[in-house]
Structures are given as C-alpha cells and as structure tokens.
Design a protein around this ligand. Structure first.
Ligand SMILES: [Zn+2]
Length: 345
C-alpha cells in the first residue's frame, strides 16, 4: 500500500514536470516579433485601397493603448533588430508612405494626440515640385520638430526593379542629397515604392550605406528577418476594419529558413518553385498558404515532408507586377504569419 502511494506521488511529479517543460518550450518557440503597420492616405475616400478613415485610425490606436501594446518608434525597433535583442511582447510600430497632405492634415494630428511615433517615407520629387496634394518641405520640417521621423522612399517613386541599376542609383542618390539639404537628415531606412524589390537593388542599398528596407508584404519582423526586406501590415479602408487590425497586431512570426527561389525579381509566365523549411513548431496539417498567382487570391496545395520542408504547388504563374504569398497557422491561441512578395516582370 505504501509503495503504491509512493509510486503515485512519483508519477504526479513526472507528469507536472512534463507540463512545466512543455509550457517552457511553447514560450521559447513562439518567438517575439515586432508588428509594423503601414498607411498612406487619411480621409480620402476616393482612394479606398490606400485610404484609412481617421475614425478607423483612432480605433486602431485606442485598441493598442487599451490592450497595453508596446508602441515603439521604427528606429527603436530596428536598433533591437540589428542588436539581435528580443522584442518585448506586443511590440508594434507605425509607418506612413508618400507624405500625402492628408497625412499631415488628418492623420498626424491623431498620432500626436496619443503621442505615437511615426516614420514617414518620402519620395522627394513630388515634394520638390510643390505638388498640391503632398506635404511641403515646411510641413516636413514641422513634422520632424514635432517628433516625427522621415525616411527614404526614392526620388521619383518609380517601379525601381524595372529600371537599369545605374538609373536606380542616380534616383536614390538624388533623394538622399535632397533630404540632407532640405531637412538636414541622413536616413538609413528605405521603403521600396510599391514594395517592389530585387536582389540587385538590395546590393545597391548596402553600397549606399542604407541599413534597412521595408517591403509591402504582410508579416512580423523577428531576429532572422532579412533587414533589407522587412514586412509590414498594410491597412486601408477594407483591410483596416478593426477585426483585421486586431488580427495583424496580435500575429506572431511564422519562422522559416532556406526560402526559395532566392531571387525577388521573377520572370512572368513561369511558375516559380516556392519552398522553405519550417522552424516554428507547427502542426503540418494546419499550415495554410495563399497566393495571388493567376491574378486571384487562392489557397495553394502544399507538400510537407517529415523534415518540415514545405513546397508550394502553384498551378498558375504570377501576373506581371506583384506576386504574393501568405502562409498562416494557429498554434494555441496565436496566429503565426509569413508573407512574401516577388516582383514579376
Ligand atoms: Zn509609396
């Protein structure tokens, strides 16, 4: 009888030890990341694909504040990334592209009201041309004085991968020198216009001492993310509804390695053999990938082997422009996300 009790006690200990170990493992595997949001226009309903209404924006900010998110500037996030420091739980940051006047007049006042830092990616030609729909240099100087941060978004806002690399270099050098002259800044962060990148342009950014570059593909930044191809969650009138915002803010990184093809710029009318190895511990049967190949978002057939090697079986080529994939899965209560964008020419 005594022996039986002792055995039960030992079994209990073993049982609780494994539960403890399991929780510990689950925590270390669900790596922390930083979720960065991207907006363009504010209260310009004529352009629903790039616009957010300021009441939606305010709902987003209030959600983050009420739920005690750790809102950091893009510079803080990127410094942690380069130092390979882990991010605090619930770290998020804000970017706005293009410096439309509607950001200055409608968006920035709301960010200021809640004391939330914004990095603004500015294409310099339109500002230089004093285009009526864009911020002026004076507006940008005031934005910086009020705590805003300005970063690079090319001079011309052209589809960079479609041009000769020497033209791209001239364009970037022009935007760097004019930001230096007008705003007295030397930004180290770039955002590809339309999120369109190529390996050749990444090489150029490195030559120009630019340290980080954002795309426009969805996903969560973590310590292994390519610092020259950082993901962001794009928010607009449709994709900015509060449910989708809450989902984006709470998404965790789906960590992969050995992603192929390793070229970002692909030829149209060919079906790429997309594959990668999963690092995040996920249930194979619950991994879902979607792609816009053929011009429409569809679920993709996956082949996953015992070594967690994943192959996407696309049935149609991507159309010219932006070829995107998104892979997601649920682990416990967390949604893990990996997104990628190819430039298709
Ligand atoms: Zn842009």
């Amino acid at each position: 009888m005594q022996l039986f009790k002792l055995r039960n006690i030992i079994l209990y200990f073993i049982y609780f030890y494994f539960i403890f170990l399991n929780n510990l493992l689950a925590e270390t595997l669900n790596e922390s990341g930083a979720n960065v949001f991207m907006y363009h226009r504010f209260d310009e309903s004529k352009y629903p694909s790039t616009n957010i209404n300021t009441n939606q924006l305010e709902d987003h900010l209030i959600y983050l504040i009420d739920n005690e998110f750790n809102i950091e500037s893009i510079d803080e996030i990127l410094q942690k990334k380069i130092a390979k420091q882990s991010f605090l739980p619930k770290t998020v940051g804000f970017t706005v592209d293009d410096a439309f006047l509607s950001f200055y007049e409608n968006g920035w006042p709301i960010f200021k009201k809640y004391n939330i830092p914004v990095t603004l990616f500015v294409s310099t030609d339109v500002v230089n041309q004093a285009h009526w729909n864009y911020m002026s240099w004076d507006n940008l100087r005031e934005f910086i004085n009020e705590g805003g941060s300005v970063a690079l978004h090319s001079a011309s806002h052209m589809h960079l991968p479609l041009y000769d690399i020497s033209q791209v270099k001239n364009d970037l050098l022009s935007s760097i020198s004019i930001l230096n002259k007008e705003l007295n800044i030397s930004p180290k962060v770039f955002a590809y216009p339309y999120g369109e990148a190529s390996n050749e342009i990444i090489g150029l950014l490195k030559d120009l001492d630019i340290e980080f570059a954002f795309g426009q593909h969805s996903g969560v930044i973590h310590k292994n993310t390519n610092q020259y191809y950082l993901p962001r969650f794009s928010l607009n009138e449709d994709y900015g509804k509060i449910d989708r915002f809450i989902f984006s803010a709470n998404a965790k990184p789906l960590i992969i390695k050995n992603f192929l093809p390793n070229k970002i710029l692909l030829k149209k009318n060919t079906i790429p053999q997309i594959q990668f190895d999963l690092i995040s511990k996920v249930n194979n049967s619950q991994l879902n990938c979607f792609s816009n190949s053929g011009g429409e978002w569809n679920s993709v057939d996956l082949k996953i082997d015992l070594n967690k090697h994943v192959e996407l079986n696309l049935t149609e080529p991507f159309l010219a422009g932006r070829g995107r994939i998104n892979c997601t899965t649920k682990v416990g209560t967390d949604w893990l996300w990996f997104g990628y964008q190819f430039t298709i020419n």
